[in-house]
Write a protein that binds this ligand. Structure first.
Ligand code: 13P
Length: 231
C-alpha cells in the first residue's frame, strides 16, 4: 500500500533539489507521479519549485481533471506531456521536466546528445534524442515526444528543455542528473577537440551489463539507429 504523504514529500524534495541545482528559474519545471489507483500527483502551475509544499500538489485523473487540490491550484500547464508519457509507457511511474542549463543548451542549439562516449551514460540512459519543436502546454508537445517514448527514457525538447521518465520518481530524477552531467562532460570534450566514441562492439557489452549486472530499469536503445524513429 502506497504512502501518499511519503510520495508528496518525495515530489517536494525533487522540486527543491531541481531549484537548488539551478535547473529551473521562477516557475519553470514540473514533476508528477502515477499512483497505484491510476490517479496522478502533479506540481501546480505557476509556482516556483523552491516553494512547493505537499499541500500545493494536485491529484488528477488521466484526463488532467483535478480530483483533489487546494483552492486555486491547477495542475502544471505541461500536464498533457506528462499524461502522454504515462499513457504510452505503462512501465513509467514518475516524470520530470526541467531546464538544466547545459542539456537545455544542446536543446536550444538544436543538437541531440546521441554520442556514445561515456560508459556510465550509455548504461544509464543510452542515446538522447532531440524531439521536434512544440508550443508549450498544447498537444504539439505530447505529439512531438510520442514517437520517441517507446525507445527512450530521456528526451531533449527542441528550444525548451529536458524530459525524463522512470519506473519511479527518483529514477526519473536521477536520469535528469545523469543527463545534465553528461551534457557538461560532452561540452568539455567538445572544447578539448571532441569526444571519442565507444565502438559499437563495446556498446553491445555495455548493453549486456545493463541487463545483467546493473539491472537498470526503463527502455533505451543505446544505438544511434534508433535515435530517429523514421530511420
Ligand atoms: P508550469 O508552472 O505550468 O508547470 O510550467 C512550467 C514550465 O516549465 C513550462 O514548460
Amino acid at each position: 500500500m502506497q504512502d501518499i504523504n511519503q510520495i508528496k514529500d518525495q515530489i517536494c524534495d525533487v522540486c527543491h533539489k531541481m531549484w537548488q541545482l539551478g535547473w529551473v528559474a521562477a516557475n519553470d519545471g514540473n514533476v508528477s507521479v502515477r499512483l497505484e489507483d491510476g490517479t496522478f500527483l502533479a506540481t501546480p502551475t505557476g509556482i516556483s519549485k523552491s516553494f512547493i509544499t505537499p499541500d500545493k500538489l494536485v491529484r488528477i485523473n488521466d484526463k488532467g481533471e483535478v480530483l483533489e487540490g487546494a483552492p486555486g491550484y491547477k495542475p502544471s500547464s505541461e500536464i498533457k506531456m506528462h499524461l502522454r508519457c504515462y499513457r504510452e509507457r505503462p512501465d513509467v511511474g514518475g516524470v520530470v521536466h526541467a531546464h538544466p542549463p547545459t542539456a537545455t543548451g544542446y536543446a536550444v542549439a538544436g543538437k541531440s546528445l546521441d554520442e556514445y562516449s561515456m560508459i556510465e551514460t550509455v548504461i544509464a540512459i543510452g542515446s538522447i534524442p532531440l524531439t521536434p519543436y512544440g508550443t508549450p502546454s498544447t498537444d504539439e508537445v505530447p505529439e512531438a515526444i510520442t514517437p520517441y517514448l517507446q525507445e527512450h527514457d530521456v528526451l531533449l525538447l527542441q528550444n525548451h528543455g529536458a524530459l525524463t521518465v522512470g519506473a519511479d520518481l527518483i529514477t526519473a530524477y536521477y536520469r535528469m542528473e545523469t543527463l545534465e552531467l553528461y551534457a557538461k562532460i560532452s561540452l568539455t570534450a567538445h572544447l578539448l577537440g571532441g569526444a571519442k566514441e565507444i565502438p559499437m562492439n563495446q556498446i553491445d557489452k555495455l548493453m549486456d551489463l545493463r541487463k545483467n549486472y546493473y539491472k537498470v530499469t526503463g527502455r533505451h536503445p543505446g544505438y544511434k539507429k534508433y535515435n530517429n524513429p523514421n530511420s
